[in-house]
Design a protein. Sequence first.
Length: 555
Amino acid sequence: MSFIKTNWQIITLVILGSVFFIAYSWFPYQTTKNGDVKFASPDGTANYFWAERYATGEELFYFEPLNLIAKDVVATRSVRSDDGVVKPVSFLGIILIYGLIGKIFGSWIIIYLTPLFAVLGVLFFYGIIKHAFNKKTAFISALMLLCLAPYWYYTSRSMFHNVLFVDLLLAGVFILLYKPKKDVAAPRLYEIFAGIFIGLAIITRTSELIWLAPAALIVWIFYFKNIKWDKLILFLCGVFLALMPMLYYNQVLYGGFLKFGYNKPTVVEVQTLSAPLLVKEEREISYLSILREKINGFLPAQIDIKQAGKSFIYYYVIMFWYLFWPALFGGAWLLYNWKKIDKKQKIYFIIFITSSIILGLYYGSWKIYDNPNKSSVTIGNSYTRYWLPIYIMSIPLAIVFFMKLSEIIKRKYLICILWIVIITAFFILNFQTAVLAKEEGLNTMRKSLATDINLVNSILPYVKPGAVIISERFDKIFCSEYKVISGNFTDKEHNLEYKKLVEYGTPLYYYGFIFPEVDIDYLNNRRLKDFNLQIKTVKLDEASRLGLYKIVESP
């Protein structure tokens, strides 16, 4: 009984963590239970594909002979082809870590690993906040992290890097802070393991060094006199040990230890088909292409304060108002009482502010449109996963505010009622945002993915074996059954490669939104005619406004 009384918070978190593991796993289970392991994003699709290959002993590349004919265009989004060799376009951490675990337990476990790491991450978070603040703040913060909407959402969409990165980082920091009382030899192991976990976090999302490095510098400044150099060396050895797989595969795949799979961006003017007319527009640099450039050079992002402020307001102040305002007031209280608060809380607060400014300006300066409806502000937008560290580090500040608020109430039972109301309201609001949101909530996404899979399966009987399918949106669904080109007919260079494939005898199709007759006529009489090609209708689905077309040589 004394053990339970002493450790009831951890026991409670373990029990609730088990419940949330099931909740987190609901989406990946529902979307893969019929044997179709499909994902709602090209990044998730690619990460699973490569992790599964690694788990089954295959290489992190494969040869596509058609790319020698068609100049490396036969590839989905989130992969790249160099002279026919298809490789990941990703930080390799999630692929290597999940692939290695898949080797041991089987590839079936891969889609459930992020939910598992997320629950463990909550426990590590509890330990860190307990160290910086107190047990009560740590316990309530951990409860709120369990149901935090972006954490829940991207844990369920299990093949993104972001949650894994956060959890590995939390594990490394927790181990660094852990102080064993009796074992004298153990600390050396702790330093090495802390370095390994932080190193694994770095290979999972190397771009996060833009704020991790300043955070480490802040800690260095505060604790410089207390640093024991032998432990620091052991820690750095652990970091380097974790980096070695990434360095090795970077060399093998991309030709350099510090080269990554991301390509540098190019700004081009393209023509976009839009019913009923064909209009010209300048394509905006995508967030992925900007990321590629910055990862290759580790240069500061081109800062746009106005755009960053707009993004911050939409994707934090408005979307997560129930976290932002309490955290703001809690942070204001810490500032007001700066001379009185503990040194650990000062470090935490400075790291939070520094990281928030860097992440807010760096990612907020990008114009990210993950949703086809550019005016929509939804949890599925990439801002919410890029800013996951900001949301998480905000939680204890919000708890500080609520704790100061509760001090006004003198009766204990009223304080208990207040906390129950706060935690319940926080859960309901986050559940609504993560699961029930109409546009991109998990439930809506589950239905949308099932619909997409059914639509694709309905046209597969009309596609000849060995075919290549051109698609802008559905490449993530086709890729396991057919070779895919992520594209359309707006790029003359791509059209030239389509011609080569057709002349080679490869069945070539296009699947996407139905073309109006005026666009069909334009393609056949102008755009594709220049390449001796023609587009023919194979099957149209008027209900979904999607159609299958075949590209053939002009008669």
